[in-house]
Design a protein around this ligand. Structure first.
Ligand code: ZN
Length: 450
């Protein structure tokens, strides 16, 4: 088969053939979390998307270097620490460890390098000094700002004029800046804030500079793929480009990949709405394989609407599929499955199409236990190794006592007209593999897939 890899490059806004800088090798940098609170399902989606991209690149033969950073110095971390009266390092370390655990629990492979800002202060000061010497930044009252009107390509990634940046984005106004769009490379520290000595006094790095430094450290000043969520395109990624390209003649990252964001029950996920779902809470309720299958059955660039009902739907179809893998007769021989799903992935990592092909083949009885190697390869790339066992075991472990208890509670809830509880009990039964049937006076149950 071996067709070429095509990917959608946010920098050109079109699909392009992927050409690595070095034959057979790929360097990929993905922006990681700011570690000031528990990670949520938005982080989970981005991590799963890039995990599968790295796995796939490796399986088609590339030697991949995968880098993801931790932002462990940031105003949000400092504010949280002062709120709680603790050291900001305690906050960042706690949530960094939590994130590493969450990623492993989601079945993501560890990146090859996971650098932190706090370990790169010297490199950051050095890069800022070079940007100033090249005439692209200025010092002002202990802060250092990048002067965007010096960089003629500013706006090339987000594809917008400076006027639209000013009207469409929240810009920090600060009397130290020459231009409202200039952004901080270095921020002066207040007396009670953490800071590092620098040629401009005690301070800390601005947010964007770290990624220019850490990507270059591990992948070189020009590398293949830069990834992250869509929300990072402006200002973060735009600013990374400006910083890096102001000191190098060539291009920073050749291909920019951005995953779509998630909504919760059709609403934007946000602190102000209060609908943020942490990865830990989701994993208490749902098996990680199910979360992966749910996200990967969408193309990585599209938005995803996450809801309990949708996860239940996925769970129902997954149960049926597992049953088919295990009950179909022998159907050995190459039916083209491997070529087809890989072709889907070579076309801008279309996991949604690849899963569609996978489920169709199983439904039609074309792949089952007799071609388990093909199934296992697909499972490896999607990171869902073990999903079959989990759904089989779950079903075997259910005893009738559990479901009878739910039915009794639900009968009482219906009598009391407590519809909320009644609904919750229905979801509970469904997650155990049973459907509740409401009769006139009482409720009975049946296994979902019979
Ligand atoms: Zn970044």
């Amino acid at each position: 088969m071996q067709k070429n890899l095509i990917l959608y490059n946010s920098l050109s806004n079109k699909k392009e053939e992927f050409k690595p800088i070095k034959d057979g090798k790929v360097g990929i940098y993905v922006c990681g979390p700011t570690v000031y609170s528990s990670s949520h399902m938005g982080h989970a989606r981005s991590a799963i998307v890039f995990d599968v991209i790295v796995r796939f690149l490796r399986i088609v033969g590339y030697e991949v270097t995968y880098v993801k950073n931790f932002t462990d110095i940031d105003d949000k971390i400092i504010n949280k620490a002062s709120e709680l009266g603790v050291d900001s390092k305690d906050i960042s370390e706690k949530f960094k460890q939590e994130y590493i655990e969450d990623m492993r629990n989601l079945g993501c492979i560890d990146p090859d390098f996971q650098p932190c800002v706090s370990d790169n202060i010297d490199g950051i000061i050095d890069l800022i000094s070079r940007i100033i010497s090249n005439g692209f930044a200025y010092e002002s009252n202990g802060d250092v700002y990048f002067q965007i009107d010096k960089f003629k390509d500013y706006g090339k990634l987000s594809n917008q004029s400076t006027d639209s940046m000013l009207t469409n984005h929240r810009i920090e106004f600060n009397p130290n800046k020459n231009n409202d769009l200039d952004f901080a490379l270095w921020k002066k520290a207040k007396d009670d804030e953490p800071g590092w000595e620098s040629p401009w006094g005690k301070g800390r790095p601005g947010w964007h500079i770290e990624c220019s430094v850490m990507s270059c450290n591990h992948l070189g000043k020009n590398f293949d793929i830069h990834g992250g969520g869509r929300d990072l395109i402006f200002p973060h990624h735009e600013n990374e480009i400006a910083q890096s390209e102001s000191i190098n003649d060539g291009c920073f990252a050749n291909y920019w990949l951005h995953n779509g964001l998630i909504n919760i029950n059709q609403e934007k996920m946000s602190k102000s709405i209060g609908n943020i779902i942490n990865i830990r809470d989701a994993l208490d309720k749902w098996n990680f394989n199910l979360i992966r299958i749910f996200f990967l059955s969408h193309h990585y660039r599209t938005p995803v609407d996450l809801s309990e009902e949708k996860l239940l739907e996925v769970e129902k179809s997954v149960r049926k599929i597992v049953k088919k893998i295990n009950t179909q007769g022998n159907n050995s021989g190459d039916k083209g499955f491997r070529d087809l799903w890989k072709e889907a992935m070579l076309d801008d990592f279309n996991t949604a199409k690849a899963f569609g092909i996978f489920f169709k083949y199983i439904n039609e009885g074309l792949i089952n236990q007799s071609n388990i190697k093909e199934i296992e390869e697909f499972e490896f790339v999607m990171g869902i190794k073990g999903w079959r066992e989990i759904f089989i075991n779950q079903k075997e472990n259910i005893n009738e006592e559990m479901i009878s208890e739910i039915v009794i509670k639900r009968n009482n809830a219906r009598k009391d007209k407590n519809w909320k509880l009644a609904d919750e009990l229905r979801s509970q039964a469904e997650s155990l593999g049973f459907i509740l049937i409401d009769n006139k006076d009482s409720t009975t149950w049946e296994p979902i897939d019979q």
